[in-house]
Design a protein around this ligand. Structure first.
Ligand SMILES: [Zn+2]
Length: 288
């Protein structure tokens, strides 16, 4: 529903934002093209523009021929236009009218686009939820010589559901993270998890937003560990990965201004950050 009117390109993500008519470019190409592209998941338009001209590789131009005719960047800020409204600004009446004639977004959208999450983690989660990560069961469909065995446990064929919900290597990481988040769930598939989250993690809820942040960071780190084992000799222990994820969450929470409240205090206590919460100013001392 949002179209990006490009100005200086500093706020517009090449893959995720709807800046070239017809929706985000990430949904107009294949998974392989996305992963092999020289343009990274969190790259913005201004990084592709130097010396008053665009610098797109031939492979990108081949995928998106319309990109050749786009105008140069300007000095104005990028603008996000609310398409259901003729003025481009949000209007509840126009939005309701638009929703009545268009299909609703997928139920997992709010899970991916959490305000706290960082782009590369959101991108990994976005691919995982849709079953679009290039897991070995999918790769082996194209190459019969490729082993399907999970490189984390070396016991079972690698699938999306095995890697994130059933693997003997990743399971202790999830259990530890759930304990940190005060959760006790045992989904067996992405479908189960999305359904569970959709019914229990409302938008705008502080703890739910942090839980989504943890989920996206865990998916990204587990996928990175899997890739490290396939393409390099690097490997980490489960406890090391758990600590890396919790440290990343703590660093992200420190960058967010959290107002003092009982819920915020409990949350920051759980993440050992209570000392950093922003307290309200002390009332003036009026004693004579
Ligand atoms: Zn495994």
């Amino acid at each position: 529903m949002i179209f990006t009117k490009v100005g200086n390109g500093s706020r517009t993500f090449f893959w995720e934002d709807n800046w070239l008519q017809g929706g985000p470019l990430s949904i107009k190409t294949t998974r392989e093209n996305l992963l092999n592209s020289p343009i990274l998941p969190d790259q913005k338009l201004d990084s592709l523009y130097h010396d008053a001209q665009w610098h797109f590789s031939q492979s990108v131009v081949y995928l998106f021929p319309d990109i050749v005719g786009i105008p140069p960047l300007s000095t104005t800020d990028d603008m996000f236009v609310w398409l259901p409204s003729p003025s481009g600004s949000f209007s509840l009446s126009h939005t309701i009218r638009w929703l009545s004639t268009h299909s609703f977004p997928k139920p997992w959208h709010h899970l991916i686009w959490s305000p706290f999450s960082i782009p590369r983690c959101k991108f990994s989660l976005w691919l995982a939820v849709q079953g679009r990560l290039p897991t070995l069961d999918r790769s082996s469909m194209r190459s019969f010589t490729c082993s399907r065995v999970c490189k984390l446990c070396n016991m079972v064929d690698e699938t999306h559901n095995h890697l994130f919900f059933a693997c003997s290597y990743t399971r202790p990481i999830w259990i530890s993270l759930q304990h940190k988040c005060g959760l006790h769930i045992a989904p067996s598939s992405w479908t189960d998890l999305v359904e569970w989250i959709t019914n229990r993690w409302p938008r705008g809820d502080l703890r739910s937003s942090v839980n989504k942040l943890v989920l996206s960071m865990a998916v990204n780190r587990i996928w990175q560990e899997r890739n490290n084992r396939i393409f390099t000799s690097q490997r980490c222990s489960q406890i090391a990965i758990f600590r890396q994820i919790t440290n990343m969450v703590r660093q992200k929470l420190l960058s967010i201004k959290v107002k003092d409240s009982p819920i915020a205090r409990r949350l920051m206590l759980d993440w050992d950050l209570l000392a950093f919460i922003r307290s309200p100013p002390e009332p003036p001392d009026l004693t004579p």
